[in-house]
Design a protein around this ligand. Structure first.
Ligand code: NAG
Ligand code: NAG
Ligand code: NAG
Ligand code: NAG
Ligand code: CU
Length: 325
């Protein structure tokens, strides 16, 4: 028991610094666009830069619109109805996205009242949903997990959408500790586009929502234990996919948690303030029922904060007897 724990520790520790993350690049049709590293000095981009790889917490958080302290981006991509958009999410070290539990949703909003989305305040946005992705098959892995190998998440710009300036908001919701209220981790992103063509498709007024505004911390898709009943239908938060969106697919469903441990930690570990933050989180997560992947990562956080070998030993003993198998 102890020896297998010892073998696992290096693997899990290696993922500590790489958890959380951001939208690093976007492909639209055959074009590729680079985003900015959070908090770095920005270069021109179509992706609004955030300042922290940590998740947005809380359904009423103003950063739910476009991500942590998201800034206007200086560029806008030309796009066409029917273009495939691919979102490449990375972890805090620019490796593959690590979370594998929870839905991915894509919204759009017309940048109204301005010449270009470069000057559009997203807190004024009227969002409509164009895609929601849950599990790949009932009871199976989540579509999000496909990104753990470096694959992007994809959406098609609605075939019939009216031309104009739009934000595309691609959102990941990591649910590995969502059985506790406030545990859901939101990773929103905003990409600025100008869509051509001569489509006429548009959402109806009752399909438009505000973000924050459309979610509650107690929504059944936000406060949810996705591990205990993996075959239960997942109820996506927010409005349904707008009716004009052609060929929209909504995969809602279930599967058991994968055996692999993923982790949740800041990619910028090291500063004293980050350490304090982590310690605080560790306390919260200690209350979570065992058997969930997040318990591993939080255990690791405590090890790092502590720099203590004996704590390591003891903690692994506990986690293996309660979480594995
Ligand atoms: C997005 O498309 C790529 C290329 O076709 C594919 O490899 C990847 O699995 C897709 N991503 C998802 C989440 O389905
Ligand atoms: C809707 O999708 C179908 C099948 O992909 C396609 O044949 C049709 O032209 C599309 N309609 C519009 C209005 O885009
Ligand atoms: C180290 O971890 C132990 C066990 O979780 C905890 O009781 C202790 O307060 C921690 N020490 C520090 C300095 O954080
Ligand atoms: C660690 O494992 C040993 C052997 O299985 C057990 O006796 C002990 O109670 C465990 N420690 C904790 C804290 O669970
Ligand atoms: Cu994370």
């Amino acid at each position: 028991m102890i020896s297998s724990a010892t073998l696992l520790v290096p693997i899990l520790l290696s993922s500590l610094v790489s958890a959380h993350g951001w939208l690093n690049s976007v492909n639209i049709g055959s074009q590729s666009f680079q985003g900015n590293v959070p908090n770095a000095s920005p270069a021109g981009s179509i992706i609004r830069q955030i300042n922290d790889v940590d998740p947005v917490k809380g359904s009423n958080n103003p950063y739910l619109a476009c991500g942590q302290n998201a800034q206007l981006a200086t560029k806008v991509a030309e796009a066409q109805p029917g273009d495939q958009v691919s979102f490449f999410w990375v972890n805090g070290e620019k490796g593959p996205w690590v979370h594998n539990t929870g839905p991915m949703q894509t919204y759009m909003a017309a940048c109204t009242g301005v010449d270009s989305c470069s000057s559009f305040d997203a807190s004024n946005a009227d969002w409509f949903k164009i895609q929601e992705q849950g599990r790949i098959s009932p009871g199976g892995a989540w579509t999000m997990s496909l990104m753990n190998s470096g694959a992007p998440s994809n959406v098609t710009i609605p075939q019939n959408i009216a031309p104009g300036n739009y934000l595309i908001r691609h959102e990941l919701i990591a649910l590995q500790i969502a059985q506790t209220q406030g545990g859901a981790e939101f990773y929103p992103s905003c990409t600025q586009v100008k869509i051509g063509g001569s489509g006429t498709g548009a959402p109806t007024n009752d399909e438009l929502v505000k973000l924050p505004g459309a979610y509650k911390d107690t929504d059944p898709g936000i406060l949810v234990d996705v591990f205990s009943n993996p075959n239960a239908d997942y109820i996506f938060p927010g409005p349904p996919v707008a009716a004009f969106v052609n060929g929209s697919s909504s995969a809602s469903t279930s599967t058991s948690t994968s055996g692999a441990a993923s982790s949740s930690a800041s990619g910028t570990s090291g500063s004293p303030s980050k350490m304090c933050k982590k310690k605080k989180r560790a306390v919260v997560v200690d209350q979570v029922a065992p058997g969930h992947e997040e318990s591993y990562s939080m255990i690791i956080l405590r090890i790092v904060v502590n720099h203590s070998r004996s704590t390591t030993r003891q903690t692994w003993n506990v986690s293996l007897t309660t979480s594995v198998s």
